[in-house]
Design a binder for this molecule. Sequence first.
Ligand code: BES
Ligand code: MN
Ligand code: MN
Length: 465
Amino acid sequence: MESTLKYIKKNKKRFLNELLEFLTIPSVSADPAYKKSVKEAAQFLEAKMKEAGLDKVKIYPTKGHPIVFGQKIIDAALPTILVYGHYDVQPPDPIDLWESGPFKPVVKKTKLHPEGAIFARGACDDKGQAYMHVKAFEAMVETGNLACNVKFMMEGEEEVGSVHLESFCRKYQKMLKSDVVLISDTSIIANDVPSVTVGLRGLSYLEVEITGPNRDLHSGVYGGAVANPANVLCDMISKLVDNDGHINIPGFYKDVVELSAEERKSMNKAPFSIKKYKEHLDIEAINGEKGYTTLERSSIRPSLDVNGIWGGYTGEGAKTVLPSKAYAKISMRLVPNQNPEKITALFAKYFNKLAPKGVSVKVTPHHGGMPAVTPTDTDEYRAAHLAMKASFGKNPIPQRGGGSIPIVAMFEDVFNVKSVLMGFGLDSDNIHSPNEHYGLFNYYKGIETIPYYFHYYKELKNKNL
Ligand code: BES
Ligand code: MN
Ligand code: MN
């Protein structure tokens, strides 16, 4: 391990510069205007994966964005780790709020990252974290310390629901066979409080459209006499969640797994400061479902949020208009054992019922994802625990995450293989927001921790053969 760590130290500067170059490619998967750039990012990865010493590196086209695969099989008797990451990123807007260009990476110091952080879209989610694995692999190979077989599967559609990943996985089931999926696409609690993510929320995402009169109307001539779709939409949305933060959709909580008092007690022992949380967000009060803590509300409880809402006149100044249509994008974060399709159907039924006469409702489902919990009593998890302990010098805390990564439940389904969520970002790194960043400490710590994972995973597997 010594020589691998030394190699990483010696090549730090280059590892950083390569990531900075990767981050200049605007691989926004949601917007067709960026399609070429997404491909370019795949080609960048392909080249770097080859350079690092992976075999069979190839770009696999899908009906959407491509998947990059590569592997290094050193000994069929050794365990195989499948590294999953995504090279696509969220749209950068609102662009005006970025202090530097989203695709012009710069390194700046922040309060939580005194050693400096890389500012760019994708720095943390997930180009920076995915690239750590390419560099850790290079370091292991170059120093003769690759302890396990490894496969890389890097996708370009995670941020749009991984819609073509499942059919790819089914088609190439043999090629993708592994003992564990290792993913760095989540957070640690703090740079001095390491943690391993042991669960993710699922997602049901949909768009609603309310239609009133057949055209936009003069809001003086018609105002007060015709149902205004924008007013109606706000009223309907306000009925989805009550003042106690409870979601009103009938049947919504039916499949929700409640945690035991002990489980809740133990998860609330994790270090968490409401004061710092509020300060960081510039809010005076926290909010959420009655009877649950902030940590619980953002991980083991479902939620419903408007992600965007529009209709009528939204340009400069005032235009007196009663819109014909109003729209909203709504997400529901789900917990075990809620099913995204079932929840979407329940939502649609209730939302239609909420509509007054005089408007029509259209609900269009987007992508979804199943919630997931990863067990802690396995060699797969233990290896992550030991690896983080070795690199951070502290025992990591198991913690459920609030975001979603569709592949986790899907892989369990298709391959019966568990994932390990060993991420290194911070919740405060502004992923999906303007000024996303990733600490240099976190980038390098990740590169150092991965070889430990390989080392311990091999050791644990050997012991238990
Ligand atoms: N890396 C995130 C998920 C995440 C972030 C999990 C932080 C835990 C902590 C991932 O890229 C993401 O944003 N996923 C989407 C999934 C969706 C588009 C299906 C999400 O959660 O919104
Ligand atoms: Mn991600
Ligand atoms: Mn993301």
